[in-house]
Ligand binder design. Sequence first.
Ligand SMILES: [Zn+2]
Length: 191
Amino acid sequence: MTAEEWLAIKNHDESYNGKFYYGLRTTGIVCKPSCTARACQARNVVIFPSIEDALRDGYRPCRKCRPDQPGFQGAKPELAQRARKYLTEHAMEPFRLEQIAEALYVNKSYLARTYHEVVGQTLLETHSAIRIGRAKELLTHMELSVTQVSFQCGFSSSSYFARVFQKVTGVNPTEWRTAYLKKLEQAERVD
Ligand SMILES: [Zn+2]
């Protein structure tokens, strides 16, 4: 173990997650550098370059920091991540907090609070951003009208679509498309 690795473990330094894993000879458990589950002494620490190496040597993944689950960072970030995944998969459906909370087996106000705390955005803002991201992509297809784009992104009306689009991007869909075309023309001229 290097001094740097030991320092990372002692400070539970998240920025080292994924760079190495550490096992404890005394418990046979392997953790991420950021884990706060156990205090340890340097002489009991074994460093592994990957989680696979640790598992091959018979170490068991810690239940608190879950080094065997790459996306897992703790209960709150994990919930936020699941919520984001749900929103991405259900972007076409109208936004209903109750439905999301039910699907994730959590209380709806806890979900809303936790998501905002972790992501710095509300669930509805993420939902809109995902839809608008798709809309931008579709708007580059000139054969689709703005109304068609709005329906294909799950909006119930094109005026509501225009409002949300403006809020997220600062311009309305038609303006966005015009600006996109201009950029395209300029790029072609440069070529
Ligand atoms: Zn751990």
